[in-house]
Design a protein around this ligand. Structure first.
Ligand code: F6R
Length: 609
């Protein structure tokens, strides 16, 4: 996730672009840059760090010019650095591009362009675009863009300027947000409304497959074939702060809703069904190495630890390699039994959690190979691990982790499939079954988000309670732990999760009339067993809300209410089932008037032990 902005008009472009970028910083902030045209030259300034660093570099001496594009980056391909920062240019410097998204086929395009003599400066996927424009340019930037984007796979919001056609910005959208802002004698492009809200409240919201050519007096929207599209103007009614949250009242809710998109990005280019392979660019575990592995450790904190618990189940099931999950703050103080035959998987959204980082270092010291799952390119964890899977969920601003968690689960499924495939422990049929089910996850997540009102009213029902219990078996147990953590951290309701069979070993004493119990029953082979535990709760007059797969009518008879999720492969259910858990916690916290995005006593990145 990155932010792009573009301006063409009578005013100086640089201050408008820098202001717009600051308002897009929530989309990424590891590097930034602007490119400004004036009558005789183009100035391109880019640097690692936040917009503030870019401003410091400019030192108040903004480049002059009335046309420009800008970018604030959240690294995916290529670590944060000056050279990987956007905008990117072709060999001549004539074509300048900003991009939000992932070009999935960039590797093959890069090889082709290199064979044509193009010289690349950065490690990014984006840089193929200006070189392709250079290659195809026929005197018409708009036509050249059409040709270029027809060759791109993946997601993009692109903004392009060229000194060969000064006064014009061409932009295109596929699966990454893009708007055009309509001003008086000036027009804009941007990833999101806050970037331009200072200047206009009139926008076109571009759809996938649309592109736009803007000059200071004209905004022309077409499809990718160049056929004009009649757009209606969207009048923005929100204030700037609401706009930054995309109209959502909190970042947490926005991030919950971003999961369909985040799932797509995490999976982008990684499933190769025709080859029956999982492609993980920064993972290099050979067959010989994996054959020597005696054990896998998964080490993490908090929500990431819960992801690890799901990972243990999935990896053991698919690979038959034993997996141990450990809390990072415990791991290194208990003299862990690891050596060169141990693979350690470290999970950390931020990549900076002190305990997790210490566990990574301890593992390496003991001779283990470390594979990290992280959301932040260039983080300490990503720099120090031997192998990395980025979750590509985009920046997570709310303290309570949501989209980072569900995409960590996808990454763990990829690891399980990768190892199982390399060791020949999964047959083609099972591989295809799981990977094709994975592809449905974004649409299925959207269906769950469509049940938001029902989940909200359920959350309101128990929001005044002091205790809530979660019970689940198999994969529903770590799901319950995650549901309980989410609820307690943002609503301050005391919430505890149990393996459902454990309830009768003590905790059942706490169940009395009206005590809310959330009971996921997504694991069909364990349904009857969990149902017995639900009945034990109902016999004590607890208030049970079940979370079940679509089509499970049986459960209705034994509980007070049911939230349904679409059916997927059993090992993938936690990815979907966590969404109602997140929404329950969110709406309970809202009902109690809590500061959802910044819960008391907590911080987003825990850099102390
Ligand atoms: C809870 C939450 C925390 C983090 C934990 C680890 O919603 O976000 O429990 O999961 O602090 O953080 P990372 O993943 O950044 O290492």
């Amino acid at each position: 996730m990155c932010g792009i902005v573009g301006y063409v008009g009578d005013k100086q472009a640089a201050p408008i672009l820098l202001d717009g970028l600051k308002r897009l910083e929530y989309r990424g902030y590891d590097s930034a840059g602007i490119a400004i045209h004036n009558c005789c030259c183009t100035n391109l300034i880019k640097i690692e760090g936040k917009i503030k660093v870019l401003e410091e570099k400019l030192g108040g001496a903004y480049p002059e010019g009335h046309v420009g594009i800008g970018h604030t980056r959240w690294a995916t391909h290529g670590r944060p650095s000056d050279v990987n920062a956007h905008p990117h240019t072709d060999c001549t410097g004539d074509f300048i591009v900003v991009h939000n998204g992932i070009i999935e086929n960039y590797q093959e395009l890069k090889e082709w362009l290199q064979s044509e003599g193009h010289v690349f400066k950065s490690e990014t996927d984006t840089e193929v675009v200006p070189h392709m424009i250079e290659h195809f340019y026929d005197g018409d930037l708009f036509e050249t863009m059409k040709k270029t984007i027809s060759k791109l796979e993946g997601s993009f919001a692109l903004g392009v300027i060229s000194r060969r056609e000064p006064g014009t910005i061409v932009a295109a959208r596929k699966s990454s947000p893009l708007i055009a802002g309509l001003g008086e004698g000036e027009n804009f492009i941007a990833s999101d409304i806050p970037a331009i809200l200072q200047h206009t409240r009139k926008v076109y919201i571009l759809e996938d497959g649309e592109m736009v050519k803007i000059t200071k007096d004209k905004v022309e929207v077409t499809d990718f074939e160049g056929n004009p599209v009649a757009k209606s103007i969207f009048e923005v009614k929100w204030d700037a702060v609401a706009a930054e949250k995309g109209g959502y009242p909190h970042f947490m809710l926005k991030e919950i809703h971003e999961q369909p998109r985040a799932f797509k990005d995490t999976m982008a280019g990684r499933i190769l069904p025709e080859k029956g392979e999982i492609k993980l660019d920064d993972v290099h575990l050979s067959k010989e190495y994996l054959q020597g592995i005696k054990k896998i450790f998964i080490v993490a904190c908090g929500t990431a630890y819960h992801a690890g618990m799901v990972g243990k189940y999935v990896i053991e099931k698919l690979t038959r390699v034993p997996v141990e999950v450990d809390i990072a703050s415990e791991f290194r103080y208990r003299d862990p039994m690891i050596d060169k035959n141990t693979l350690v998987i470290i999970i950390s959204q931020s990549g900076e959690t002190a305990d997790t980082l210490a566990a990574l270092r301890e593992s390496k010291k003991l001779g283990a190979r470390v594979l990290a799952i992280t959301n932040v390119v260039g983080s300490s964890v990503s720099r120090e691990a031997d192998d990395i899977i980025y979750t590509w969920a985009g920046p997570e601003i709310a303290v309570a982790s949501t989209k980072a968690y569900s995409t960590q689960l996808i990454a763990l499924d990829f690891i399980a499939l990768y190892i199982a495939r390399t060791l020949g422990r999964i047959c083609e049929k099972d591989f295809q079954e799981i990977t094709s089910a994975m592809k449905n996850l974004p649409d299925q997540a959207k269906i769950i988000l469509g049940h938001e009102d029902k989940i909200k009213s359920l959350a309101q029902k128990f929001s005044d309670r002091e205790d809530v219990f979660y019970i689940g078996r198999g994969l529903d147990y770590p799901l319950s732990l995650e549901g309980a953590l989410k609820l307690k951290e943002i609503s301050y309701i005391h919430a505890e999760a149990y393996a459902a069979g454990e309830l009768k070993h003590g905790t059942l004493a706490l169940i009395e009339e009206g005590v809310p119990v959330i009971a996921p029953v997504t694991q069909e082979h364990l349904f009857e067993k969990t149902l017995s535990n639900i009945k034990e709760v109902k016999a004590r007059e607890g208030f049970v809300v079940a979370l079940a797969n679509e089509g499970n009518e049986e459960i209705k008879k034994s509980v007070d209410d049911v939230i349904y999720i679409p059916k997927t492969h059993p090992i993938l259910t936690p990815i979907l089932a966590v969404i109602p858990m997140q929404l329950l916690a969110y709406y309970a916290a809202v009902a109690r008037g809590c500061d959802v995005d910044k819960p008391r006593n907590l911080a987003k990145s825990v850099t102390v032990e």
